[in-house]
Design a protein around this ligand. Structure first.
Ligand code: SF4
Length: 429
C-alpha cells in the first residue's frame, strides 16, 4: 500500500524586533515595482478567474521559458487599478493573488529546524515601521507557508566561510555580536556605519576556518569592543578612485531593474548591449544618473557635492532606519545562507555592509536630484527601498563578480573607507 506523503512544516521564527511593525497600507508601490513570476498553481488559479475575457488581452507573458504577470508599459502590474488597488484582490480576495504577492513583504529562509521570516524594506510601510507588530502576522504566514514548497523544506546551516559549515552556536555568536554593535545607543550613526563595515571586512578576510566556537566568540567580542577606539586610529584618507568606481558599479548592480515587457520587446541581444553601455557609463561616471524620483536628472559628479548622510538635521532618524534595517535583516535570515544566495556568513555580512554603503550613496544622489546638499530621511528611505528590493532577488548580486568586488573592497580596507566617506562629516570622522 502506498504510504501517504508527509509534508514537513518547519516551525516559523519571526524576527524578535519590537521596533519593527508592518501593515499593508495599499500604497501600490510593490505593484509598480516588482516583476512577478507565476508558479503553475498561480497560473491555474488565475486562469479560472477569467481575466483574458475581463481585460480583453492576455494577463500573463512568457519569457525565458517561464510565465510572468504582464506589466504595463510603465512597468506596473496589469492588475493595478487607477485607485491604486489590486483588481484581483478587490474582486476575489487576498488568496486569489499569486502567492508571491500574498507573501510580500515577508520571505522564508529555511534552516534545519525552522524557517526564519525575513521582511523586505522595499515596502514603504516596513520602512516607516507603520502598522501591527510582526508577531501579529504569524498565523497568516503559517497559512502561506503551505503554498510555498521550499519554505517547508529544511535546509542546512550556512557556511561560516566557504566550505566550512557553521554550527548553530556560531550562527548565534555572529548574529548576537553584530546586533550588539548595531544596538549600541552610545554610537553616532556615522560610527555605527563605519564600524559595521570594519567588522564585516575583518570577518571577510579572517581565516575563520581556524577560528571556531569560543575563539569566534572571543574574536567578535574583541572587534565589537575595540571598534570605537580603533576606528579613530585607522587611515582617514578618502577612498581611492578605484574604490569609488567599484562603489558605482555596486550601486548600478542594485539599481538595475530589467522589466520583462522591455526585455521581451527589445530582444536578448539589444538588452545585453544596452546593459553593457549603461554599466560602462556607471563605471566611468559619464552622463546622468537614472531618474531617482527627484525634480531633475543629476550628473555623477554632482553626487560628491552632497554632504554625508549623517551631516544633516535628520541624522538620528536616518540612523534609526539604518540600524533597524540591518538588525531585521540579520534576525530574518536575510544576511547569509538560504536568505541570501546561499552565501557563507562572512561573505553575506560583507554584502550587507556594502548594501548599506550603496544606500547611503543613492540617498546622496537623490538629494542632488532635488538640488539639496543635505540628505533627508525620505532620501535614505527611498535608497534603502531600492537596495533591499534587489538584495536576495537580483541573481547577479550572488554572482562571482559581486563576490570578488566585495572581497577586493574588504582586503583593501575600501569597504570601511567608503562607509566613512558616505556617512561622516568630511574631516570630522
Ligand atoms: S509596498 Fe507595502 S504598503 Fe505598499 S502596497 Fe505593497 S505591501 Fe502594501
Amino acid at each position: 500500500m502506498a504510504r501517504p506523503s508527509l509534508t514537513i512544516r518547519l516551525p516559523i521564527l519571526m524576527p524578535n524586533r519590537a521596533e519593527q511593525r508592518y501593515s499593508c497600507h495599499g500604497c501600490g508601490e510593490c505593484c509598480r515595482d516588482f516583476t512577478i513570476e507565476l508558479r503553475p498553481s498561480d497560473f491555474e488559479k488565475m486562469n479560472r478567474q477569467g481575466w483574458d475575457q475581463r481585460l480583453g488581452e492576455s494577463w500573463w507573458v512568457s519569457f525565458a521559458g517561464r510565465r510572468w504577470l504582464k506589466q504595463r508599459s510603465d512597468g506596473a502590474c496589469i492588475f493595478l487599478g487607477n485607485d491604486g488597488r489590486c483588481r484581483v484582490h478587490a474582486e476575489f480576495g487576498l488568496q486569489a493573488k499569486p502567492i508571491a504577492c500574498q507573501v510580500f513583504p515577508f520571505s522564508f529562509s529555511p534552516e534545519p529546524t525552522r524557517a526564519r521570516i525575513g521582511v523586505s524594506f522595499a515596502c514603504t510601510s516596513v520602512r516607516k515601521s507603520d502598522g501591527e507588530s510582526l508577531a501579529h502576522h504569524h498565523a497568516e504566514i503559517v497559512r502561506m507557508q503551505s503554498e510555498v514548497h521550499e519554505a517547508t523544506q529544511p535546509m542546512s546551516l550556512p557556511d561560516l566561510v566557504r566550505g566550512v559549515q557553521a554550527t548553530e552556536e556560531e550562527v548565534g555568536i555572529v548574529e548576537s555580536a553584530l546586533d550588539t554593535w548595531l544596538g549600541n545607543d552610545g554610537l553616532s550613526g556615522s560610527l555605527r556605519l563605519e564600524g559595521f563595515a570594519w567588522i564585516a571586512q575583518s570577518l571577510r578576510v579572517a581565516t575563520l576556518d581556524r577560528v571556531r566556537s569560543s575563539k569566534l566568540r572571543d574574536l567578535l567580542h574583541t572587534l565589537v569592543a575595540a571598534a570605537p577606539q580603533e576606528l579613530g586610529l585607522l587611515d582617514a584618507t578618502p577612498p581611492s578612485g578605484r574604490s569609488m568606481k567599484l562603489l558605482r558599479q555596486a550601486v548600478f548592480a542594485r539599481m538595475e531593474d530589467p522589466k520583462i515587457a522591455r526585455l521581451a520587446s527589445q530582444g536578448r541581444v539589444k538588452s545585453v548591449l544596452r546593459q553593457a553601455v549603461t554599466s560602462w557609463r556607471w563605471s566611468h561616471a559619464v552622463g546622468h544618473l537614472p531618474n531617482l524620483g527627484g525634480n531633475h536628472q543629476v550628473r555623477f559628479s554632482q553626487v560628491e557635492g552632497v554632504s554625508p548622510i549623517f551631516a544633516g538635521p535628520e541624522a538620528r532618524s536616518i540612523d534609526e532606519l539604518l540600524r533597524r534595517w540591518l538588525r531585521v535583516s540579520l534576525a530574518g535570515g536575510r544576511a547569509w545562507g538560504s536568505g541570501l544566495y546561499g552565501l557563507p556568513i562572512n561573505e553575506g555580512v560583507a554584502l550587507l555592509a556594502l548594501n548599506a554603503v550603496c544606500a547611503a550613496w543613492i540617498a546622496q544622489a537623490r538629494a542632488a536630484s532635488e538640488s539639496r546638499t543635505i540628505v533627508s530621511w525620505e532620501d535614505f528611505s527611498y535608497a534603502v527601498g531600492r537596495v533591499d528590493r534587489a538584495s536576495g532577488r537580483a541573481p547577479w548580486l550572488g554572482s562571482s563578480g559581486e563576490r570578488l568586488r566585495v572581497q577586493w573592497m574588504s582586503l583593501s580596507d575600501s569597504l570601511r573607507k567608503l562607509a566613512r566617506w558616505v556617512g561622516s562629516a568630511r574631516g570630522d570622522c
